[in-house]
Ligand binder design. Sequence first.
Ligand code: ADP
Ligand code: MG
Length: 225
Amino acid sequence: TEEILRKAEKLSLVGELAAGIAHEIRNPLTTIKGFVQLLRKSHEETKLLYADTILEEIDRINFIVSEFMVFAKPHANYYTECDVCEILQSVIKLLEAEAALKDVILHHEIPQIRKKIRGEKNQLKQVFLNIIKNGIEALPLGGQVRINAHNTHSEMVITIQDNGVGMNENQIHKLGEPFYTTKPSGNGLGLMVSYKIIQNHNGNIRVKSEVNQGTIFQLSFPLIR
Ligand code: ADP
Ligand code: MG
């Protein structure tokens, strides 16, 4: 009976997920349909405006669909030896301007570590990008995001800490659920995708947070021996 129960649980999760995806895709499709109808009877100048809106909405659908691609079979054969420190540096560089614009300082102490992990570089990049971005977004009045990396004998450990809005128990519990977001223009897919990528890499993620104090995400990945 236990097995049956678990299957039923899984099925209801799939149902919730399907409903979320359907909703997220139907919204832009509705917009596209409306604008195509307008396009048919509009003048040259307005056509361009409508076309741009349509393209934006198509991009949104594309984005949602591609985020779910990490749930397709992981391509273990695309995995190479990855230098986590180098990947982190490149992500920090990418985010520095955006952070500065929001009065956020990215502190980082990332030593050169020779040891590597097995993984897909672009997916690891996506994980770090998502989590550091969330840190920046948790600081509406500015502040600091600290990024550190070190290794133990068997693992690469990365911590990303902000002194931002923080979360209560209930919010921490919801992290990684598809479409869970508290941001007006968030999509609630960043952590879901990050958790899946970390799992595919045999890694671990831990979260500690306190309301109005801040949040620490600790990630670890097995080193190649
Ligand atoms: P999004 O960023 O689009 O909202 P995410 O999956 O990246 O989606 O994050 C989901 C939610 O988790 C956020 O809306 C926010 O409520 C919460 N969250 C994530 N990271 C942090 C953080 N560093 N500090 C406070 N809340 C966070
Ligand atoms: Mg996010």
